[in-house]
Design a protein around this ligand. Structure first.
Ligand code: SF4
Ligand code: SF4
Length: 356
């Protein structure tokens, strides 16, 4: 390990200026903290967390709509557990459940299909959140639903796509990032192609990296090597899992059921073609097409007063710079979404260093 750190130091010396790298993925944020990677980094090298936690970026409006759907008669609403405490305007799904809504927490969308098969008199809705990592399993569940003719299974899709979000961050010109540590899991599905614009359009290097400390240090090393030699390529450190072409079968499955649409990201705003909606052919699986949802589009930021989630998701601030951090806002009483998810930057800072 110390050899790797020495190499980083030498590369930094060669570069001759401070370097800021963004870890796009929430799992990297946590892995970096948990394994003490930050402590190993030489002075002048900083890591910034990005928008890579699907829980954190789910819009307040979508939480509000999810709560409205859950409260409808004859609806069973199903979701991953980490969405339960994401704040809406006044309440969260957990509170709506305590008030009597039939909300069930699942580990996989296929469990929602099982519930639908067993409750034919109810509309069973799956809250389809997540990035390219989770959309293939939702598509596979839709395939099963169609095949088995389970007509009372629906989704509420708030799926998001990673590359358009990075494009939006880079084109805003606000962030000062010298390179990207790219998500390991998302890249397993999409491969390197969708990141190429980062090197071509913005001349920034990126490296798809694994999650062990050694992987992360090697990924950082590869980024520094690119910067030192004035290159901007998309490279793979995580070769045992990620292939350049990704997983074409999974991509084809996503494309069969979904098409890109504009999506609102909490704290960031609307990013063109950064979400996934059901294709016309499968619109009968969209809960929006069968029940009337009254919640209107809430324009503008809806984050709680004083919460800096938006700045944090854009890499403009660190959690400990938020005035509410660790005082008013804690994992037990999260004010913003970044403190809710275990992959959220604020929760990671709180757990691993910030609140002492
Ligand atoms: S879904 Fe996977 S790749 Fe995406 S942020 Fe979470 S852990 Fe990272
Ligand atoms: S500490 Fe809490 S209030 Fe501040 S940005 Fe993080 S989640 Fe939002």
């Amino acid at each position: 390990m110390s050899l790797a750190v020495e190499t980083l130091k030498n590369l930094l010396k060669q570069i001759g200026k401070p370097v800021r790298l963004m870890e796009v993925c929430g799992t990297h944020t946590v892995a970096i903290f948990r394994q003490g990677v930050r402590e190993l980094l030489p002075e002048g090298l900083s890591l910034i967390s990005g928008p890579g936690c699907p829980v954190c970026v789910t819009a307040v409006e979508d939480i509000e709509k999810a709560m409205e759907i859950s409260g409808k008669k004859n609806v069973i609403f199903t979701t991953f557990g980490d969405m339960m405490r994401v704040p809406g305007i006044k309440k969260n799904l957990s509170e709506i459940k305590a008030e009597g809504a039939d909300i069930r927490v699942l580990y996989s969308p296929i469990d929602a299909l099982k519930i639908a098969a067993e409750n034919k008199d109810k509309k069973v809705v799956f809250f389809a959140t997540g990035f390219e990592t989770t959309s293939p399993s939702v598509a596979a569940t839709l395939f099963e639903a169609e095949k088995r003719g389970i007509s009372n299974f629906y989704i509420y899709s708030v799926h998001k796509l990673v590359p358009p979000a990075l494009d939006a961050l880079l084109s805003s010109g606000e962030i000062k990032i010298d390179g990207f540590i790219m998500p390991g899991h998302v890249s397993t599905i999409i491969g390197t192609g969708p990141y190429e614009f980062i090197s071509e359009k913005y001349r920034k290097p990126s490296v798809i990296t694994g999650f062990e400390a050694g992987d992360i240090l090697q990924g950082i090393n590869m980024l520094l090597e690119q910067i030192a030699s004035n290159r901007a390529d998309v490279e793979i450190q995580y070769k045992k899992v990620v292939r350049e072409e990704g997983n074409p079968k999974a991509v084809a499955l996503i494309n069969e059921y979904f098409e890109p649409c504009d999506a609102y990201w909490r704290g960031i705003g609307t990013i063109p073609l950064s979400g996934l909606k059901l294709r016309e052919k499968y619109r009968h699986r969209d809960i929006n097409s069968v029940i009337k949802i009254e919640t209107l589009f809430i324009s503008g930021p809806q984050e709680p007063k004083g919460c800096s989630c938006g700045e944090i998701l854009k890499g403009l601030q660190t959690p400990d710079e938020c005035p509410l951090f660790a005082g008013v806002c804690t994992p037990e009483n999260p004010v913003g979404a970044c403190m809710v998810s275990t992959e959220g930057s604020c929760a990671a800072y709180y757990k691993y260093r910030g609140h002492k």
